[in-house]
Design a protein around this ligand. Structure first.
Ligand SMILES: Cc1cc2nc3c(=O)[nH]c(=O)nc-3n(C[C@H](O)[C@H](O)[C@H](O)COP(=O)(O)OP(=O)(O)OC[C@H]3O[C@@H](n4cnc5c(N)ncnc54)[C@H](O)[C@@H]3O)c2cc1C
Length: 483
């Protein structure tokens, strides 16, 4: 009788459930162990809830920032009044956020179950090393208190991360909050202090400001979004300040404590700032403790992330890992790809190793910042030889019509061949505009090919084609100079 590969997946986020679907399609016997609900943190606390909240914030920003210019008259209050004429019922917004998250988790559970995958609700961990037949044991502490032991030919660890906490700023779930706790608020914070200006901090700071909170963003670095394109980060910081956000650069928060119905945040230079609430967005810690990694021979980095290669193998035979617990690139799309790659590899299917240079990502602020491929930093440090054109959206006809003032399109291509190697779009809905550049990067298209494809007139994507045309001209000029 043919041996059916037994796969046990610990963690049901995008890294785990996408892998389960692939493995089931390829004929394996698959079990997912998850303690919180399918979809993982991505669906229940992080990605889906934050983008649902931001959907409301986006409508508010679009309205607030352009109604006057677009000739919209608001009867009550109006452009000359300081009174806020549009407001938000945060309790209602948050109930919608939670409803959508639970519904999405339910949909995923249905499709995974339909695919024939077994689900176990509980905490899973590896039990020692490999048996003589190559199999491994996984112990599951089920939520009902029972314990179950599974045998697996292949184990995938996809356990994700949890929010990092500062020792002197313990979240209380009421006024000092992590990003997983904000959806329990019924009323909009009057004065929100956001600690951390990475992607998560910037997204929440922008969203709450749009919803109507007075926001202070505490950033330990020179500027917000230190990991992003500097021009893009500058645009965003300027927009934040113009809209009234207090952006405190080079300010490290050391402690946060409740004082009555206020929160005091102490900075490392001794200054104290006060708000009604504080959101801590100071990074994530991998869920790699209590997984039995040492005994199983699975190596981790100093930060506790599980070490993997580009086909998701760990240092232990038969054990793979995917997603945020590996620290490769904390995105749901990357987690899902790592999980699928693990299963293709384990089950002997055709597999291409993970290629991070084709990943597109987005910061969901207003404007959004979408990126793919090589960056300005890669060009600057000599990792990639490329020429670059940056076109401000101010000159784009559609942007003018829509009252869009901030943002740009930046395109990078190889100097000789004109092959597009990267790009950035800073614009409302940039996440929807980056795809043509992703296609170009993924398929080695040249700037001529991008320039020659029709774009709609008028459209913001017209600026992508225009940037490609300008790169073509620049490339020719530089070629002529060189000859
Ligand atoms: C605020 C925020 C917003 C984000 N927005 C985006 C976005 O817009 N786009 C994007 O691409 N990415 C976004 N991300 C990142 C994205 O959420 C992660 O990359 C993604 O969740 C990683 O998926 P994963 O499968 O590795 O882990 P997770 O989604 O964290 O899932 C892991 C699951 O494993 C379970 N688990 C852990 N340990 C065990 C155990 N021992 N036994 C059983 N179960 C266990 C957990 O309970 C959880 O259900 C965001 C992150 C944050 C914090």
């Amino acid at each position: 009788m043919e041996h059916v590969t037994r796969i046990v997946i610990i963690g049901g986020g995008p890294g785990g459930y996408e892998a389960a679907l692939v493995a089931a399609q390829l004929g394996a016997e698959v079990t997912i162990v998850d303690r919180d609900g399918l979809g993982g943190a991505a669906v229940l606390t992080d990605c889906v809830p934050s983008k649902t909240l931001i959907a409301t914030a986006e409508v508010m920003t679009t309205f607030d920032s352009s109604y006057e210019e677009l000739g919209i008259v608001v009867a009550d209050g109006g452009p000359t009044s300081n009174a806020r004429v549009v407001g938000v019922d945060l309790g209602k917004v948050n109930r919608r956020v939670k409803r959508l998250a639970v519904a999405q988790s339910h949909d995923i559970t249905q499709s995974v179950t339909r695919a024939g995958v077994t689900l176990l609700r509980g905490h899973g961990r590896l039990e020692g090393g490999q048996a003589l037949d190559g199999s491994r044991g996984v112990i599951v502490d089920l939520v009902d208190g029972e314990t179950q032991e599974l045998r697996a030919d292949v184990v995938l660890l996809a356990t994700g991360t949890h929010p990092r906490e500062l020792p002197d700023a313990a979240p209380d779930g009421e006024r000092i909050l992590t990003w997983t706790q904000v959806y329990d608020l019924d009323e909009l914070p009057d004065e929100l202090i956001v600690v951390g200006s990475g992607v998560t901090g910037a997204e929440f700071a922008g969203a709450y400001q749009a919803l109507g909170s007075k926001v202070t963003l505490v950033s330990s670095r020179d500027r917000v979004l230190p990991g992003e394109d500097p021009d893009a980060a500058t645009v965003l910081e300027d927009v934040f300040r113009r809209r009234g956000m207090n952006v405190m650069s080079r300010s490290r928060a050391e402690a946060a404590r409740r004082v009555g119905d206020k929160v005091e945040v102490t900075l490392s230079d001794g200054r104290v700032i006060t708000g009604s609430h504080c959101l801590m967005a100071v990074g994530s810690i991998p869920n790699s403790e209590g997984l039995g990694l040492d005994a199983a021979g699975v190596k981790t980095s100093e930060s506790g992330h599980i070490k993997v290669d580009r086909v998701s193998r760990t240092s232990a035979p038969g054990v793979y890992a995917a997603g945020d617990c590996t620290g490769v690139l904390p995105l749901a799309s990357v987690a899902a790809m790592q999980g699928r790659i693990a299963m293709y590899h384990a089950l002997g299917d055709a597999v291409a190793p993970l290629n991070l240079k084709t990943v597109s990502s987005n910061v969901f602020t207003d404007p959004e910042i979408a990126t793919v491929g090589y960056s300005a930093a890669d060009v600057e440090c000599g990792k990639m030889d490329a020429v670059c054109v940056k076109l401000p959206l101010r000159s784009n006809p559609r942007a003018k019509m829509q009252g869009i003032r901030d943002g740009f399109v930046k395109l990078f291509c190889r100097p000789g061949t004109g092959i597009v190697v990267g790009g950035i779009v800073v614009a409302p809905r940039a996440s929807e505009l980056i795809h043509p550049i992703s296609l170009a990067v993924d398929n080695n298209l040249t700037v001529e090919q991008v320039a020659n494809a029709f774009t709609v007139y008028p459209s913001v994507s017209g600026s992508i084609a225009e940037a490609a045309r300008q790169l073509h001209v620049r490339k020719r000029a530089e070629g002529a100079e060189g000859s």
